[in-house]
Ligand binder design. Sequence first.
Ligand code: ADP
Ligand code: MG
Length: 395
Amino acid sequence: MDKKVLKNVNVDDKQVLVRVDFNVPVDDEGNVTDATRVEAALPTIKYLLKHDAKVILMAHFGRPGGEVKEDLRLDPVAQVLSNKLNKKVTKVDDTVEEDAQKAVANMEKGDVVLLENTRFNPGEKKNDPEFSKQLAQFADIYVNDAFGATHRAHASTAGVADYVDEAVAGFLIQNELETMGQAVYNPEHPYVAIIGGAKVSDKIGVIETLIEKVDALLIGGGMANTFIAAQGYETGDSLVEEDKIDLAGELIEKAKAKGVNLVLPEDVVIADDFAADADNKAVPADEIEEGWQALDIGPKTIEKFSAVLKDAKTVVWNGPMGVFEMDAFAKGTNQVAKTLANLDAMTIIGGGDSAAAVKKAGLESEMTHISTGGGASLQFFEGKPLQAVEALDNK
Ligand code: ADP
Ligand code: MG
């Protein structure tokens, strides 16, 4: 990596401002339901504490729209972090105002302060230099470890880097970029990409980029329906993006021209309603019935995907193969996850829902890498720069 990383700088006794990704899922009562993102930030935080730094954390949470929203305060996250560190975390009630300034001024070596939700400040999403400067006043060194937010140039992810002595990547960002960089820049072949999820429109960029690089591209999930329509078949009530059918056709042609093995579903599981208990059956992809919708890939497609994956040495997967949230339509996603788990290959999962599906299947530890950033990992695989990484110091 050409960017400076945490190991490259001296953090002993320094005041270190760390951007983390604590945008965790919560239930109706505001309890954190999945602490993966908090855990992912621990190596950087613990390293800083070991070096007697004063650690000032900042994070965004939800979409408060530039104003204070009581239910989007970071207190529940501070509690989770405190438990994981087995240490007091001083959560302050504003980002850069009185409360924050007082808390930071009173810090001792090895203390941890968590600033309030950065998106309470209207300057955050505007990458406002004023807000960036105010944040930077807390820092000798800025460490960005919020991989999931690297594709956004906000004040706390990018702007702040301009006003500190040193701006470096934390361990999480370093690990994400180095591991996924292997696949992006130096993949071992056969290189296979599996793309699914709800919509083609979310993933056009990544498909176009991957077609240039992979040996095979497997397409499933809701977006496969648009490709099924592009082949001229009826799609019933399936989720289809009418305005992307032509593009899907062009992608099919492009893959052919490039010699990429583009594999589309040859059968699908259709249901008579978008519901867990709907009637369902597997049918050939050209026999989707009127009034029915395709909610998963079918058994023949699972077999075909597995056959292509069998010899793969690098696999990138983004987007579930069906509506995996309902058991009746989770088979395609679970089978693909199982196949990947058994491969002797580098397996990389990007995308929030795909990551959730792999965890739900209990196969997390069988994968080479599960990215903590959905949008960021997509953008990385598109080959586009991540703005918050660009903002860091060069080596
Ligand atoms: P990721 O977060 O992994 O990038 P996406 O957000 O693109 O994935 O897509 C995930 C969503 O796609 C899931 O909520 C899933 O239910 C939905 N989905 C998958 N297949 C279908 C389908 N055939 N019809 C409708 N929705 C689908
Ligand atoms: Mg998603």
